[in-house]
Design a binder for this molecule. Structure first.
Ligand code: PRP
Length: 186
């Protein structure tokens, strides 16, 4: 396979936290849980660009339920490694949420500021239910409480890349998830 795994860019990385196999295994577990919880209901997955593309794609293919998808784009970080707290909607939903069972899909929850804003915004559009699935979460970085129903992995408060997570828009295509060497971003 000609994709990037941690060995290919080892000089940029500190530790591999999760291999692509571990990620796939966890996605399968979460997908099965969602299928069970939403039995008989159709689900609208709302992905938050850009980071969530990998998890959106893999989660859907691991699910047996009928799912639709839609996307939002918001700005929070810019090119740095810290949350600014500023959330701006760059691309809004294409679909009506009224009466839908919505799961927001994220790659990572860091401070929680982005999702806190988005959940209020989406709740005001009248979905039948509204939950969150995030692949990664940094509990130590939380600045606001966000009710998350499905979490792939809780991770330490260090800068991680891969599986959709970027630094300055790079490393998203790394199949594993790893911490970046400080020399890369300092
Ligand atoms: C990341 C991630 C979340 C947000 C989480 O997006 O995808 O949307 O940051 O951070 P928070 O909990 O501190 O608000 P980012 O702005 O880096 O954009 P990207 O998805 O395009 O990488």
């Amino acid at each position: 396979m000609t994709s990037v795994d941690a060995r290919d860019i080892a000089e940029d990385l500190e530790d591999v936290l999760f291999t692509s196999d571990q990620i796939a295994e966890r996605i399968a577990q979460v997908a099965a849980q969602i299928d069970q919880d939403y039995e008989g209901r159709e689900i609208l997955l709302v992905g938050v660009l850009n980071g969530a593309v990998m998890v959106m794609s893999d989660l859907q293919r691991a699910m047996r339920s009928h799912v639709q998808m839609d996307w939002m784009a918001v700005s929070s970080y810019g090119a740095g490694t810290q949350s600014s707290g500023v959330v701006r909607i760059l691309k809004d939903l294409s679909q009506d949420l009224k009466g839908r069972h919505v799961i927001v899909v994220e790659d990572i929850i860091d401070t929680g500021l982005t999702l806190s804003y988005l959940m209020n915004y989406l709740a005001s559009r009248g979905p039948a239910s509204l939950e969150i699935m995030t692949m990664f979460r940094k509990p130590e970085a939380a600045r606001i409480e966000v009710p998350v129903k499905y979490v792939g992995f809780d991770i330490p408060n260090s800068f991680v890349v891969g599986y959709g997570l970027d630094y300055a828009d790079r490393y998203r295509n790394l199949r594993d998830v790893a911490t970046l060497k400080p020399s890369i971003y300092s």
